[in-house]
Design a protein around this ligand. Structure first.
Ligand SMILES: [Ca+2]
Ligand SMILES: [Ca+2]
Length: 329
């Protein structure tokens, strides 16, 4: 009897065989002496002298049983992975199609200058084409504000060829390219954003970058492409960005900063108090709390101006509205 073991790339990428590490993507055939290196069925981890194997040729009952187990478990594994992929695909589709809160929403840009260089040209059509090809919904590219990215948007963008964009369009494009990586909440966390509120009606959950907020304190001003905060829904989908400027109490005593080419919808938050800052399951935001009292409960207190831009979920109330009518539900 000359049993053979097959290591397949769909199983494990590395095995230890006879104390020799084997790695690679090709199917590898290894002759083993069963008496010396018994074939062990171990999923998910590599151990010295162990193999995930299919026995060829003459086999024993035990070896057949191991093969069947391997086949069954492998099938379950792939079924599970396939199910996960289908679920992710469905979630992606739902993101594109389940927003029932679009009535009255307008496109974020007045013309299709996605690059923000001041002119609509083929480069912009290519940027939109890439989004269509990837079959992902990105509100920034939704030219008819219908919750889908498709050929209709491309047709509308094509009609804008040669047009100049407004200063506001260019500002919004700058913010988009500065923050699009934060569609990944994990990336935002890596870059220092932390949970600053519970899920709030009209807002979702605020995540804030404390160093940016500190740097933007009056009389300094926020940097447009580096917003101090991000709004995510309960599923961790990015909906908006926001800028904050710590200021004197009450917020209305000093004018808000002007970081864009036109006045926007800044609003004030007086004597805010955040407890358990950064702890997503326990963080709690309240306002109009005496700072001394906030300090007693180990909270972070402050008064600040805030401006939202609903850049990742179109807002029927306006791109810079204080709240989204359906956020946080
Ligand atoms: Ca352009
Ligand atoms: Ca569309």
């Amino acid at each position: 009897m000359a049993p053979y073991a097959f290591l397949h790339r769909s199983h494990l990428m590395m095995h230890s065989v006879n104390n020799t590490v084997i790695s690679g993507a090709a199917i590898v055939q290894i002759q083993v002496t069963m008496n010396t290196y018994p074939c062990q069925l171990i999923f998910g981890r590599c151990q010295p002298a162990s193999l995930l194997c299919v026995i060829a040729g003459e086999t024993t009952t035990m070896e057949n049983k191991m093969y069947q187990q391997a086949t069954t478990r492998n099938t379950r594994l792939w079924a599970g992975l396939t199910g996960m992929l289908i679920s992710l695909l469905l979630i992606s589709m739902v993101q594109a199609n389940d927003d029932t809160c679009l009535a009255g929403a307008q496109p974020l840009l007045s013309v299709a200058d996605f690059s923000g260089d001041g002119l609509v040209n083929n480069r912009d059509l290519m940027l939109l084409g890439r989004v269509i090809k990837n079959n992902r919904y990105v509100a920034f590219f939704d030219r008819n504000a219908d919750g889908h990215i498709n050929a209709r948007d491309l047709n509308l963008a094509n009609q804008d060829l040669g047009k100049s964009s407004s200063a506001m369009d260019q500002d919004i494009a700058e913010v988009y390219w500065g923050t699009t990586r934060y569609r990944s909440l994990g990336q935002a966390a890596l870059d220092g954003y932390e949970a600053a509120t519970q899920v709030v009606a009209g807002h979702g959950r605020h995540w804030m970058e404390a160093d940016l907020l500190k740097a933007s304190a009056y009389p300094n001003s926020p940097e447009p492409s580096m917003p101090e905060g991000l709004n995510y829904d309960e599923e961790g989908r990015l909906q908006a960005v926001f800028w904050g400027q710590p200021t004197a109490y009450p917020a209305g005593s000093l004018p808000p900063p002007q970081i864009f080419s036109q006045p926007q919808m800044w609003h004030g938050h007086d004597n805010a108090c955040i407890t358990n800052y950064g702890l997503i399951k326990h963080v709690e935001y309240t306002e109009n709390i005496n700072p001394a009292l906030c300090d007693l409960i180990s909270g972070e207190s402050g008064t600040f101006h805030m401006l939202h831009l609903w850049l990742y979920r179109l807002n029927p109330a306006g791109a810079f509205a204080m709240e989204h009518p359906c956020a946080g539900e």
